[in-house]
Design a protein around this ligand. Structure first.
Ligand code: ADP
Length: 493
């Protein structure tokens, strides 16, 4: 796209006084401005992007998109330079729509999912279902771009220029399907406004992120924006109605003229009617508009049934055959490093790896595992060095309260003395066994597993290194679990 030039008006923008220069690119970062670039000077939480207009002009900006405040900040500079000025009272929305026009192509079938928890899981499952159905698909979010093509992303919902550059690249690579996470922050900043969605999903709503959104209502409104604004009329909203806020979302989507698919345990178009847990997963029974199905999930945690049904509903909303969608469910795998089945002993006892590294997350992970475990639940926990010291005893406590046996080990000690960190964790779990060496701790945990037991190795998830002092030594919990099982069960590693 390097040497392309289009008129400002063809990007849907009108310069003050009718100015209509040719535009060769768009940028929100003044350091990326080149000759002919449209510089988007957005209001920020700390500084206004208009503070960088002088720099952008020096780099050759041909036009500036900003709000009235930005225009006032740099009025003289822009007049002197004779640059085209576009003033918008909704500058972020204007930027999103302009980015969509500039980059042009998007995968033909796209969905987005919002909610407090489960966004990554649902969008990953949607992508997996599409791929299982033989379609070329990616998901975009906290884990970057994943699927038929992969790339890192700095934000869960990228800013519009990165987002549309990514979508255009995906489309150019033959990717026809994309599933996106819509963070409330991204929605509030209008980042998704230029994205053409076929369907949008809602998982659940709890108090979170109130540091960014001033009130609970503002947080709800941000999420509701996905259905109230971003989704085109005629799109389909797929909504978890077990959550009281889901019922509100249904009303918002219907008022907009959207189709609605409801999902829930207590009823809904896609209705969970039975859930039976075992050591490595669960068997689901559910009904889709009156017809019943029974499917296996190789996933741990009761909430995954909600995530999976929401994902299936989203794929159905895009026009897929329901029976074909449901046939893919036994093939779904968890997001890497989350309740990941790492190894199984000959006696059937399973070893899981999870990135839970806060007291809350450790408690949630162990509680999710409990219904799957007939025997004892064993937990391996630690805490990182040079980080929040207050959480150390709470990590121990969360493990002690929710597991039957706890082993305290090293996480990433960094510059601290590992034994001091362990002592702080042990303070919350006085009965725990202390084993500093992480590989040794995993071996001891695996060794303790009897038939019906399960082990959770918490803290590092998909990380592949352990930071000790200034060194990052190769270390992978999943691999160590397999090594330990192989050694103890006499298999070849
Ligand atoms: P998000 O992307 O919204 O942060 P994730 O899919 O990454 O959500 O899940 C984050 C954590 O939230 C999981 O490890 C799990 O503990 C919890 N979680 C996931 N889905 C749900 C759900 N449907 N209901 C409640 N908690 C969930």
């Amino acid at each position: 796209m390097g040497s392309r030039a289009v008129s400002l008006s063809s990007l849907g923008l009108t310069g003050r006084g009718g100015a209509n220069p040719d535009i060769t690119g768009i940028a929100v970062d003044s350091r990326e401005v080149k000759e002919g670039t449209l510089f988007a000077a957005m209001p920020g939480s700390k500084v206004h992007g208009a503070e960088f207009i002088q720099y952008a002009l020096r780099m050759g900006a041909a036009a500036v998109l900003t709000d009235a405040k930005g225009a006032a900040i740099a009025a003289d500079l822009m007049a002197d330079a004779g640059v085209a000025v576009v003033i918008s009272d909704a500058p972020r929305e204007a930027l999103a729509l302009t980015a969509a026009l500039w980059f042009g192509a998007q995968p033909a079938t796209m969905i987005a999912v919002t909610g407090t928890n489960g966004k990554t899981s649902v969008s990953t499952f949607v992508r997996q279902i599409w791929i299982e159905m033989g379609l070329s698909a990616v998901n975009l979010g906290t884990t970057g771009v994943e699927g038929a093509w992969s790339a890192p992303l700095a934000h869960t919902t990228p800013e519009p220029i990165t987002l549309h550059r990514t979508l255009a690249k995906a489309a150019a690579n033959g990717i026809t399907h994309a599933a996106m996470e819509a963070s409330s922050h991204g929605l509030d900043q209008r980042r998704l406004d230029g994205v053409t969605l076929r369907a949008a999903g809602f998982t659940n709503f709890t108090q979170d992120h109130l540091d960014y959104h001033a009130t609970f209502d503002a947080y709800f409104d941000a999420k509701a924006g996905l259905f109230a604004r971003v989704m085109p009329e005629g799109g389909t909203a797929v909504i978890n109605i077990d959550d009281p806020k889901g019922v509100d979302m249904v009303a918002i989507a219907k008022a907009r003229g959207c189709e609605v698919i409801t999902v829930g345990r207590d009823g809904g178009d896609l209705h969970l009617t039975g859930q039976r847990f075992d050591a490595t997963g669960q068997d689901l029974r559910f009904a889709w508009r009156g017809k019943t199905y029974q499917k296996r999930l190789e996933l741990i945690g009761g909430f995954q049934a909600e995530n999976v049904l929401l994902a299936a509903g989203l794929v159905i909303a895009c026009g897929a055959d329901p029976a074909e969608v449901f046939d893919t469910l036994p093939h779904l795998v968890t997001v890497r490093g989350r309740m990941q089945l790492a190894a199984t002993r000959d006696n059937g006892a399973a070893v899981f790896v999870d990135y839970a590294h806060t007291p809350d997350a450790v408690a949630t992970a162990l509680k999710a595992m409990r219904p799957h475990v007939m025997g004892r639940l064993i937990a391996i926990v630690g805490a990182g060095g040079d980080r929040d010291r207050g959480k150390r005893p709470l990590m121990g406590q969360a493990a002690a309260e929710n597991a039957d046996m706890v082993i305290v080990t090293d996480d990433n000690p960094r510059s601290e003395t590992p034994a001091d960190i362990r002592a702080a964790v042990m303070a919350g779990a006085p009965e725990a066994m202390e084993v500093g060496d992480r590989a040794e701790a995993i071996l001891r945990g695996v060794d303790a597993l009897e038939a019906g037991d399960a082990l959770l190795i918490a803290g590092k998830g998909h990380e592949t290194g352990q930071t000790i002092g200034d060194d990052v030594l190769p270390f992978d919990d999943v691999e160590q679990a397999s090594v330990a099982v192989a050694a103890l069960d006499g298999r070849l590693a």
